[in-house]
Ligand binder design. Structure first.
Ligand code: USQ
Length: 380
């Protein structure tokens, strides 16, 4: 679910290559919303029909596709009935924190689409395919930036002399991030009452243009650069390539977990091939390393300088968000490693690949340059 998206598309290619039968569902919501902010994917992507045909010609295999909105329960019912999946990867949510903060309309849309899509899926699995594994994309942003270490979902707590093993408190930083918290609560409850098997993935910010399957521009996934739909490191690379300033928000000391697209797809595919036990609700923290925004801006500047001999400017801009800019950050990420996950791509190597890919599409980035500087404010 969400096969047309930044992660959905390359994950489908990976699953095909691993020999799975892949059915995708999407309503092209992201394409539409990105056009509304006068932007477009910096890497060109074709229609779903063309993408499926290109995947097939490259020898990866055949993808079945249903156009539809997962928050429409009749449509989802039809798709689950037709496919009887062994696993569903739910990537079909509104994924932008700034979009959710634009106003009441966007906040409500994010709440309804995201929470309803997950509850629809839970009911379809319970009623039609009770052994199906739900692999759901949550976010590291569910935890916020607490002044203590962040475990993977649950922690041991002693309070007034009694002990328990409880869900770690969540403290998200946008309406979008809160929808993921609500989804996690709903999935935990669905697991408890109906024994549904769930992997709830707390994923960090993803960066990159390539996975092992994206060998050719025909197989590119989307790559957003605007202030609403683009994310930190990808935006910094696009800014460097376009000759625009790299924009750490505020002091730039805020830290987040990051991972490459290749590593994201590898982790999700691993979650499918090594499902939880029947009736288990498991939570992973899915990121390779945590970095401050400043570290990423400087690293892009260095790699860009080494490769082109040119200097990319770093310009701190007033932080449009309400977030801590100096804070403790120490999340765990052991569970995926225990399942066999090993990081494949190092940061500088990946930045170099992104810069090279984007340099061919500099004009596409510059065409939408007015959408790059931040203007979506958290403050009232
Ligand atoms: N930031 C900058 N400059 C920019 C853009 C962002 O300094 O030009 C900063 C933000 O202030 C924030 C950090 O970078 O502190 C991350 O922002 P982001 O826009 O890269 O990512 P975020 O809004 O947190 O959301 C993205 C995806 C979301 C996913 C989340 C993972 O859009 O779908 O869930 O990353 S996480 O951040 O771990 O929650």
């Amino acid at each position: 679910m969400g096969i047309d998206g930044y992660i959905g598309w390359p994950l489908s290619l990976r699953l095909l290559r691993e020999g799975h039968e892949v059915t995708g569902m999407d309503n092209f919501y992201t394409r539409k919303r990105v056009r509304e902010v006068n932007s477009d994917s910096a890497l060109p992507i074709g229609s779903m029909k063309k993408r499926i045909s290109d995947a097939s010609s490259s020898g990866l295999g055949e993808i079945k596709f249903f156009r539809g909105d997962v928050s429409n329960s009749e449509k989802l019912h039809e798709v689950i009935k037709a496919t009887e999946p062994e696993a569903v990867v739910h990537l079909a949510e509104q994924r932008s924190a700034p979009y959710s903060m634009l106003g009441l309309k966007q906040a409500k849309e994010t709440m309804v689409k995201n929470i309803v899509s997950t509850i629809n899926l839970v009911y379809e699995v319970k009623d039609q395919v009770p052994d199906c594994h739900i692999l759901k994309l949550g976010t590291m942003g569910e935890y916020g930036t607490p002044n203590i270490d962040i475990p993977e979902g649950f922690f041991d707590i002693e309070y007034r002399g009694r002990k328990d093993h409880l869900p770690f408190p969540k403290n998200a930083g946008s309406w979008y991030h809160w929808t993921k918290v609500h989804d996690s609560n709903n999935l935990m409850f669905a697991n408890r009452v109906w024994n549904i098997s769930v992997t709830d993935v707390m994923q960090g910010v993803v960066y990159g243009t390539r996975t092992e399957e994206i060998s050719d521009p025909d197989l590119y996934t989307r790559f957003d650069t605007d202030e609403v739909w683009g994310t930190a490191l990808n935006r910094f690379c696009a800014q460097a390539v376009a000759g625009l300033p790299i924009t750490p928000y505020g002091k730039g000391n805020q830290a987040r977990g990051f991972l490459s697209l290749e590593d994201s797809v590898s982790c999700l595919a691993l979650g499918i091939s090594k499902p939880p036990k029947k009736g288990e609700y498991r939570v992973y923290n899915q990121f390779d390393e945590y970095y401050t925004v400043n570290h990423l801006a400087k690293t892009v500047q260095e790699v860009y300088g080494e490769e082109t001999g040119k200097i990319a400017e770093i310009k701190h801009v007033e932080n449009p968000r309400v977030e801590m800019e100096d804070h403790y950050y120490n999340p765990e990420n052991q569970k995926l490693k225990d399942l066999g996950y090993r990081r494949k791509r190092e940061l500088r190597q990946e930045i170099s690949i992104i810069l090279e890919d984007l340099s061919r599409y500099r004009d596409r980035i510059l065409k939408h340059r007015d959408s790059i500087m931040p203007r979506t404010l958290w403050k009232a």
